[in-house]
Write a protein that binds this ligand. Sequence first.
Ligand code: ZN
Length: 459
Amino acid sequence: MKVCQHIALGAAMWLAVSLTPLPLGARVEPTHGFDLFSRDEEIQVGQEAAAAIPKQAPLLPENDPVTKYVQRMGANLASYAPGEKWPYTFRVVNQKEVNAFALPGGPIFVNLGTIQVAHSEAELAGVMAHEISHVVQRHGTRAATKQMAAEVPLAILGSLMGRGVLSQMAQLGISFGVGSYFLKNSRQAESEADLLGADIMYDAGYNPRALATFFARLKEQSGRSTMVEQFLSDHPDPGNRSQAVLAEAATLPKKTFLNDSADFRRIKARVAEMKPLTAQQISAQQEASPAAPATAGVTPSGAMRTFSHDQYQISCPENWRVFGDQSSSVTIAPPSGVSGNAVSYGVIISDYRPQPSGQSLDQATQDLIAWLRQSNPDQREIGHDEDIRVNSAPGKSVDLIGNSPLKDSGGKPIQERDWLVTFNRPDGSLLYLIFIAPDKDFVGLRPTFEQMLKSLQLK
Ligand code: ZN
């Protein structure tokens, strides 16, 4: 955090500076980074993505009192956002899971479930100020820029820019739709959005400590309720999250805060009566709609059963099949997600022997990715890999995109998302899981995939 110069001055200087208007107290400065998108391109790409959201997620009507309330609150908070003024818009997704997301250049979406679990207006303001901060800091297009620069040499990328960053983006399969990889923020981006969000809350008259309380509640429910996992997956805890927000709050001068409003209590009573859809119900609805592609029968049943392998044990949806047995490689998938040796929906669990043996988990995982690429040449790593822990076993999580075995109406393969998770085995081999779905359906299946991974017990 950069501290405002005035604060750092000694006591003797304080008198002098206090003759000038009082400093407002330390504020987090928005970070900037390499970004290929111009302001107009940023707005355009966000608005195009926002226009597609109603097809992917059920929105409350524009004139719904809950929408109106969130829009009023959002406009007020956004008026305190530092830096560039973006055209912010706010909509409520009729979804039960706690989540919120921001598209480049201003469109912000808040799940109804987030309002249902917020205990005060200040908590909801915290989530919204956090999203506003992602927009201010252009986290989505900065992540996309990083990815583009990793895939295309900068000199070439520069010369392509004349033809527009948007067409280049489309060519690389980068998008900002629901569940898009670029809406999943890095821990660094999260930490920045938390601190800037705390300042915006403060300036709008809310106690930033409410954001810490909200995060603490999510953390406490994590692992017990699948309702909070989406938020934590899109907005991963950078570590000591609540403490960092409290520390930022402590740098701000004391003042009297708004904690609640009659509006909030009225809206709370209203949303308590509402029955938002779960991610699973939303993807089932999309499957049932005639416009949806041929993905019928992949929706996991709510019920889970356990599959026991010689090397591990895992839970899977009751209506998915296990292809393989307790000593072989296994594919767990809906029957229609597998054809021949191609998997379009499901999970592959297998082992891999890196050459030479004795490599670190990082190296062995890279070795595995190179090997996977031999049969999937279009597959590529996207974003940043992460160290994770599954039931105390250290693992590596890597996101990949590539071509699905499924084709669009023009006969072109649709984009696939592959979530690879690896673990070292005592014998030097890797146990790996690849969770597979077309990119557009990944968000709907993610809660199931996460539930499966959480149930994994290595033997
Ligand atoms: Zn975030």
